[in-house]
Design a protein around this ligand. Structure first.
Ligand SMILES: NC(=O)C1=CN([C@@H]2O[C@H](COP(=O)(O)OP(=O)(O)OC[C@H]3O[C@@H](n4cnc5c(N)ncnc54)[C@H](O)[C@@H]3O)[C@@H](O)[C@H]2O)C=CC1
Ligand SMILES: O=C(O)C1=N[C@H](C(=O)O)C[C@H](O)C1
Length: 233
């Protein structure tokens, strides 16, 4: 496949390596200073840019009939508009807050556990995420997806960053040098605690998932998720 990278930072460079290993060609590296893009030579675009840039990048790809995979986080308020734009233009689009296989299994486990814990009043839930100090958004996109998975299966009303209230799930976001991404869900009672945790050791899993999603979306029309790509039901 001929791949265009939107965002040539830490993830863009990692995806380049993974894509080449899988016999793909990088035909464009689009970053903040790119003036013109030749969409005619692109099979699929992969966007790992910045919160303020992702929505425009996605729209440009869809308008130009290029399927687009986006892993950029922190632009969630525009996700609904991106879905409508893709439907109107009969485009192809996948967003995932986390492309790693391990985290996508973790998302399923989180929902299953939340559903079981919902009947047990003695436990309160909290989410913690730890990332490197260059991260622009907080909480992480993955932490938001985890909170949404708990909300779907419990009576909590929402989530709050760094604040505990009885009807909102607290999310604590920590920033520590060089941490690629750690997420944990903790259920606490007076007698015990129960925790599930995912730790990324490097960025390779995110990059592989994004390239696999790009391979999967070729020839398809619509808005999909990693659940579709990984056939998680
Ligand atoms: N969904 C997932 O699995 C993962 C998502 N991410 C997310 O991906 C995004 C990028 O992460 P990193 O590569 O670590 O950040 P980074 O800061 O290393 O790279 C971002 C790049 O985007 C560029 N950029 C800024 N405006 C742009 C524009 N208008 N068009 C194209 N490029 C533009 C920046 O100049 C920079 O080179 C973040 O939102 C991060 O949260 C990161 C890892 C995994
Ligand atoms: O910015 C990062 O690095 C990461 N961002 C994603 C997120 O916000 O969840 C995914 C991963 O944890 C790394």
């Amino acid at each position: 496949m001929k791949i265009a990278l939107f965002g040539y930072g830490k993830m863009g460079k990692m995806i380049e390596q993974t894509a080449i290993q899988r016999n793909h060609t990088i035909v464009a590296k689009i970053d903040v200073d790119t003036k013109e893009i030749d969409f005619s030579n692109i099979d699929v675009a992969i966007d790992f840019s910045q919160p303020e840039a992702a929505f425009d990048n996605i729209k440009k790809c869809i308008e130009n009939n290029v399927p687009v995979i986006s892993g950029t986080t922190g632009w969630g308020k525009n996700y609904g508009k991106a879905v409508s734009f893709c439907d109107e233009h009969k485009g192809a689009f996948i967003y995932a807050s986390n492309f790693s296989l391990g985290v996508n299994i973790f998302f399923e486990l989180n929902e299953y556990l939340a559903n079981m814990m919902n009947t047990l009043d003695q436990y309160t839930v909290s989410i913690e995420e730890i990332h490197h100090t260059q991260k622009l958004d907080a909480p992480s996109g993955t932490a938001i997806t985890l909170a949404e998975g708990i909300l779907k299966n419990t009576d909590y009303k929402g989530w709050r960053l760094d604040k505990a209230t009885s009807d909102h799930i607290p999310i604590v976001a920590k920033r520590i040098k060089d941490v690629p991404g750690t997420h944990s869900i903790n259920y606490q009672s007076t007698v015990d605690s129960l925790e599930i945790k995912h730790t990324a050791h490097n960025r390779e899993g995110f990059a592989l998932g994004a390239v696999v999603a790009a391979e999967w979306i070729m020839g398809k029309t619509g808005v999909f998720t990693m659940k579709d790509v990984l056939n998680l039901g």
